[in-house]
Design a protein around this ligand. Structure first.
Ligand code: ADP
Length: 164
């Protein structure tokens, strides 16, 4: 059984993440979405909210793709999380050149820790490539319309969280 781990902060989950998940589903029998607790990043949403949003979206995608998708919060080393969930593959999304440097280092170091876990990079469809959670939050905070970037459910969560 081929198991993939797609880790991230998902603060909140965007249409970019969902596009990567859909593509990742083609590669594996089970896709585990690892939601990093990441308190250091000072997320807008607490872990429970982020996991809840990912679970709701994952349920829809699992039906659509026929691939099992499970959500797994984690706060340890990524490579240890991969071991915990039995993943042979780590899935990451690549946007622009800006992502490359960090991802390049991550692969190198994760490989040094365990060379049997392979990282694969996927690119989102053209219209989803520029989407970043950070900018979605900024647009929502300033009262802009984020409906092109997140699902209606996530948009409602953003509005509630920002007190609109
Ligand atoms: P992290 O804190 O690990 O950067 P994110 O939740 O921001 O977590 O992103 C998780 C993964 O999804 C990363 O690999 C990131 O590059 C990827 N990703 C996010 N948005 C997009 C997008 N629009 N297109 C492709 N990949 C994306």
């Amino acid at each position: 059984m081929r198991i993939g781990l797609y880790p991230g902060t998902f603060d909140p989950i965007t249409l970019g993440h969902l596009d990567i998940i859909k593509r990742g589903c083609i590669l594996v029998d089970r896709l585990v979405i690892g939601v990093a607790i990441n308190e250091g990043k000072a997320p807008l949403f607490g872990l429970d909210d982020r996991v809840g949003m990912v679970e709701a979206e994952a349920a829809k995608l699992s039906q659509e793709t026929g691939t099992e998708i499970v959500v797994h919060p984690f706060d340890n080393l990524l490579i240890d999380c991969a071991h915990d969930v039995g993943a042979q593959i780590i899935v990451r999304g690549l946007r622009a050149v800006a992502d490359f440097e960090y991802e390049y280092q991550m692969v190198g170091m994760n490989r040094a820790l365990d060379s049997s876990v392979e990282t694969v990079f996927l690119m989102a469809g053209a219209k989803y490539q520029p989407i970043a959670s950070k900018l979605v939050k900024e647009i929502a905070r300033l009262g802009g319309d984020v409906s092109q970037f997140v699902t209606p459910e996530v948009r409602a969560h953003l509005e509630a969280r920002l007190g609109r």
